[in-house]
Design a binder for this molecule. Structure first.
Ligand code: ZN
Ligand code: ZN
Length: 359
């Protein structure tokens, strides 16, 4: 990862905004700018120097991970005081207004008398993170391939009467066994009518004797997140089940085909939604079509009806239309796609045919 290049790009932005330094507190942004993956840290990007402040628990980790920043281990326990001491008295300072609490702001001003020179910002580092560099795309590919690779073996463990939580557990164990450093988010495994819960939590309910099971899961690897959903069918699918699955699949294909640089992110949502509406299920697709993914599971751009984002080459987004019918169940298919110079490259290798299992 080229941390110095990322810091240089941020410094250029600071200069354009007539800001001398930026105090960064959002942890994924710290990781992006200097490699630090600990749970407590502050980064000051000054005109010439970058300094990471963390506590004694991370001494060894910071020494190994951090590139392009001086590391200060704060032993008295107040990173905000330590960071304030680093700031020049006359500097115009940018902070991440949407990432800082009132209590933290108070601590900063207890030690730095520059309130009138404070610049409240939002999304300055996140804007850079929207376009993934080659190292990031490689990391995302590794996470996505790992998650895809465990699905088949996990499904082979399904037994009649198995609880949703148990299937979710096997999925999570397999991700860890294959080297995942953590889950990307809380695994979703919901069967039968419970599949209509878009963000349902796996429960003690047994897998259905006949019906869909929605599985939405992901792994974190080197800080990067995967995100995929497959919906499988237990028992013989009805004509309605086959139809709904095909509509969702067609909606996803339409959205993927619409992706290319310069296109509005809202147009991708429209492409998927049109297919579902035409089939008469428009009322049953209540969420947006996708989101960016990287050091965070949900990041820009947002592929929704009201999104103002424009697609650009190097963005990595999910495409995840679904149909959810209360009392009946749900179907969602989710893949990750890379926006290329001419279109989209699907990164999720798992096939999308309707898989049926007899238990
Ligand atoms: Zn997902
Ligand atoms: Zn997603």
């Amino acid at each position: 990862m080229d941390f110095l290049k990322r810091q240089a790009a941020l410094r250029a932005h600071l200069r354009r905004q007539h800001v001398d330094a930026m105090l960064i507190s959002h942890l994924p942004n710290l990781r992006y700018l200097c490699g630090f993956s600990g749970s407590n840290g502050l980064l000051v990007v000054g005109p010439r120097q970058t300094t990471l402040f963390t506590d004694g628990r991370y001494r060894e980790q910071a020494r190994q991970e951090v590139t392009g920043a001086r590391v200060v281990i704060e032993t008295k326990g107040d990173l905000w005081r330590a960071a304030a001491a680093e700031l020049g008295p006359k500097q115009r300072l940018a902070i991440e207004a949407d990432r800082i609490t009132l209590a933290q702001r108070k601590r900063l001003f207890a030690h730095w008398k520059g309130l009138h020179r404070l610049v409240l910002t939002q999304g300055w580092v996140e804007r850079q993170r929207v376009i993934k560099d080659a190292d990031e795309i490689a990391a995302l590919r590794r996470a996505i391939n790992l998650a895809s690779s465990v699905l088949e073996a996990t499904l082979a463990r399904m037994r009649r009467g198995m609880k949703e939580t148990e299937l979710a557990g096997w999925l999570e164990f397999s991700l860890r066994q294959a080297g995942g450093e953590g889950l990307a988010f809380e695994t979703i495994v919901v069967g039968g009518a419970r599949g209509a819960r878009i963000h349902g939590q796996p429960g003690p309910q047994p897998l259905p004797r006949r019906g869909f099971v929605v599985m939405d899961y992901g792994v974190r690897l080197a800080g990067y997140h995967s995100d995929m959903t497959r919906t499988i069918h237990i028992g013989r699918p009805t004509a309605k089940a086959r139809q709904i699955y095909q509509v969702v699949r067609d909606a996803q294909s339409a959205a993927l085909a619409a992706i290319k640089p310069g296109v509005a992110a809202s147009a991708i949502d429209r492409a998927a939604r049109r297919v579902i509406q035409k089939a008469g299920f428009g009322a049953y697709f209540p969420h947006s079509t996708g989101h960016g993914v990287g050091l965070e599971i949900h990041e820009a751009p947002r592929l929704g009806a009201t999104s103002q984002d424009l697609l650009q080459a190097g963005q990595v987004v999910t495409v995840e239309p679904g149909i959810y019918i209360p009392g009946w169940g749900g179907v969602r298919i989710e893949d990750v796609a890379l926006v290329t110079a001419t279109g989209a490259e699907g990164l999720t290798p798992t096939p999308k045919e309707l898989l049926t299992y007899g238990l």
